[in-house]
Design a binder for this molecule. Structure first.
Ligand code: PLP
Ligand code: COI
Length: 362
């Protein structure tokens, strides 16, 4: 039922959080702890397809202890941001891409395909209903669409029922550090995804598998973990929750190629386009940890940065592993990183023209 449409019932919140309390929360929201008043829910069953769509007060969801997701982790999610506009409206950045990636993730996890139009309508409805929760200034409203298996059955097979939801969180920057650049820990013990696995899908299981490596990164004083490929333990893939780019002394960029083991980031794809617009050469090619260390030492590598919806564009200043530590450039940010970040954020926040039609008005 890929073209199926749904009709949303609207259940307004009987007692939304008072404006003064909301304003207090929005002063310094951090990331992922402040939630809005409403949520979207849409049910799916093999018999009825998508049905019972609602925007309703945000509340706990009753769940049977035998619900399939609790046992076999059949769950996928997305992440995208809504921005406040000066004219009293709101925008989303390339939400169609999130809708399509959600469909690809669903396919990989043997889940039903949510029509793109329904995904978009669900996001629009939540943003327009809870627009007051979009912070001013540098903040945004992070939308978290997700879907999980809720058939009550312990046999291992695709569930016959699912719940799709969207919740929203008022956010500031993802990293707590005030430092000009983040530090990363190269995991040589754990990998994230192997060929044929779920690396290209945005499923909860990938993140569960990353937590021990991320905890190791934290233990070594680093902000994020870098994963190497699972076959040779040599090629840089991505960070725990973001893609990675390298900037060279000839002004060119490189980023690891999409080969099924890394997440096809929408920020990554947007930055490739923006760099090419500026006449910057971008290679999607494999880059090894040994090369990274060597190039940082000789100065051939000038900058490196992480990118993603949550991280936007974040410079990487220090790389640490069991073999020691090296700095990138001066250990802070670099000119190309800042130029690309400004170009991206300018479009996302409607301060610059939108030549590629990436801005979706809510
Ligand atoms: N890689 C991983 C593992 C992620 O979790 C994310 C965040 O969504 C990204 C990359 C970047 O993807 P996007 O730019 O679409 O947010
Ligand atoms: C995002 O950038 O949307 C992510 O999913 C990264 C992390 C918060 C899981």
């Amino acid at each position: 039922p890929n073209t199926q449409s749904v009709k949303f019932a609207r259940v307004p919140h009987p007692s939304p959080l008072p404006a003064a309390k909301r304003a207090e929360l929005l002063k310094n929201p951090g990331f992922g702890r402040v939630f809005t008043d409403h949520m979207v829910t849409i049910h799916y069953s093999d018999a009825e397809g998508w049905h019972d769509a609602k925007i309703e007060p945000r509340a706990p969801i009753p769940m049977d202890p035998a619900a399939a997701v609790l046992h076999y982790a059949q769950e996928i999610f997305e992440g995208l941001k809504a921005y406040r506009t000066a004219d009293g409206g709101a925008t989303l950045f390339r939400p169609e891409e999130n809708a399509r990636r959600f469909q690809q993730s669903a396919k990989r996890l043997a889940m039903p395909i949510l029509p793109e139009s329904v995904f978009l309508e669900a996001c629009d409805l939540l943003v327009s209903t809870d627009r007051a929760w979009i912070p001013d200034g540098d903040g945004s409203l992070y939308l978290r669409p997700f879907m999980f298996a809720n058939e009550n059955f312990l046999g291992v097979k695709p569930s016959s029922g699912y719940l799709f939801m969207v919740i929203a969180s008022s956010v500031g920057s993802y990293f707590k550090t005030d430092a000009p650049a983040v530090s990363v820990w190269v995991s040589t013990e754990y990998t994230r995804a192997a060929p044929g696995g779920t690396g290209a899908a945005k499923c909860g299981g990938n993140y569960a598998a990353s937590l021990l490596a991320q905890a190791e990164a934290t233990k070594h004083g680093c902000d994020q973990v870098v994963f190497l490929d699972a076959v040779e333990q040599r090629w840089i893939e991505e960070l725990g929750g973001m893609n990675v780019f390298f900037v060279f002394d000839d002004g060119s960029l490189s980023t690891p190629p999409l080969g099924g083991t890394i997440l096809p980031g929408i920020t990554r794809s947007s930055l490739i386009t923006l760099a090419k617009d500026k006449g910057i050469k971008v290679r999607e090619e494999r880059y090894s940890i040994d090369q990274w260390r060597t190039d940082a030492g000789t100065g051939r590598l000038r900058e490196a940065f992480a990118c993603g919806t949550a991280a936007v564009v974040t410079p990487i200043g220090t790389v640490r592993s069991k073999d020691g530590e090296f700095k990138i450039g001066n250990g802070g940010s670099g000119a190309k990183t800042e130029e690309l970040k400004a170009a991206l954020v300018g479009i996302q926040r409607s301060r610059a023209p939108d030549p590629h039609g990436w801005i979706h008005k809510v």
